[in-house]
Design a protein around this ligand. Structure first.
Ligand SMILES: [Zn+2]
Length: 281
């Protein structure tokens, strides 16, 4: 569920607290998190590492260590990173749902970074510096908020594709970081029907689609992401983007532009919302 704006929000919140801090103790309680690697071995490798920077690529959180190694974290459906300045025990008192705690990182200032994950699809992967670029390059397309995401780049990714444009944009190799919510919102902004074959999006429409994707993501970041179920910021607070959806989850409600009731269909195997008037096939 967390998409680019949610992961970026987590990154921005964690970075000032983590930069320069050393991992003093790492406790990984769920073997699924590091599969196929042994969680105790990964934890032992992480202990002593000092954070140089917290980055993001698509939906991956990237902890870069001074040693050059990197911890790649993917939150998948329900992963959460909570920062507890007083230690995890203080979080326990405030949050009784700690059965979903999968890992705890004790920092050298006594704070804990707690990883919670209800559905347990999240992953932690420790990679060497020289492995990172190739790992990401084979999985991810352009970063939509970077300069490299041009109209020409988008055109090249969609050209000749017969898959619905919604499905093409959900594919992380087309663009990194988009998921079900922000694709629906971007297609509404660009007035493009989600089921149209991706290759039929014309050169006259591509600049608007690119702009719509960027504006939608930027709006999500400004509102600290969307909280529907489990997503929280590292301080435990919710995002606010969910109150501003134009189409996502709004079946039967009037389109803000034309008043036509929003409809729901399926595209790319996912529930998909659109305005049948603004977004003609
Ligand atoms: Zn409309």
């Amino acid at each position: 569920m967390p998409e680019l704006p949610e992961v970026e929000t987590v990154r921005r919140r964690l970075e000032p607290s983590l930069t320069g801090r050393r991992f003093e103790r790492v406790d990984i309680r769920d073997a699924r998190l590091t599969r196929p690697n042994d969680p105790a071995e990964v934890a032992a490798e992480l202990e002593g590492e000092r954070i140089e920077r917290v980055d993001r690529r698509g939906k991956y959180l990237i902890f870069r260590f001074e040693s050059g190694r990197v911890l790649l974290i993917h939150l998948r459906m329900t992963g959460n990173m909570l920062y507890a300045s007083e230690g995890a025990d203080a979080v326990d008192a405030a949050d009784a749902a700690d059965a979903h705690r999968r890992a705890v990182i004790r920092l050298d200032n006594g704070a804990d970074v707690v990883y919670r994950d209800v559905r347990r699809f999240g992953t932690w992967l420790l990679v060497e510096a020289d492995e990172l670029d190739e790992y990401l390059a084979t999985r991810l397309g352009e970063e939509p908020l970077d300069r490299g995401f041009t109209v020409a780049a988008l055109a090249a990714r969609l050209r000749d594709r017969r898959a619905p444009v919604k499905a093409a944009l959900l594919d992380q190799r087309t663009l990194a970081g988009l998921g079900n919510i922000y694709v629906d919102e971007a297609l509404w902004r660009a007035r493009i029907h989600p089921l149209r074959p991706a290759g039929t999006v014309g050169s006259d429409e591509l600049p608007e689609l690119r702009r719509a994707i960027r504006r939608t993501l930027q709006a999500g970041i400004r509102r600290q992401g969307a909280t529907l179920r489990d997503y929280r910021q590292p301080d435990g607070t919710q995002g606010r983007m969910q109150t501003e959806f134009k189409v996502y989850g709004r079946e039967g409600e009037p389109c803000e532009r034309c008043g036509t009731p929003i409809e729901k269909t399926r595209a790319g195997g996912r529930g998909t919302w659109y305005c049948p008037d603004c977004q003609r096939r």
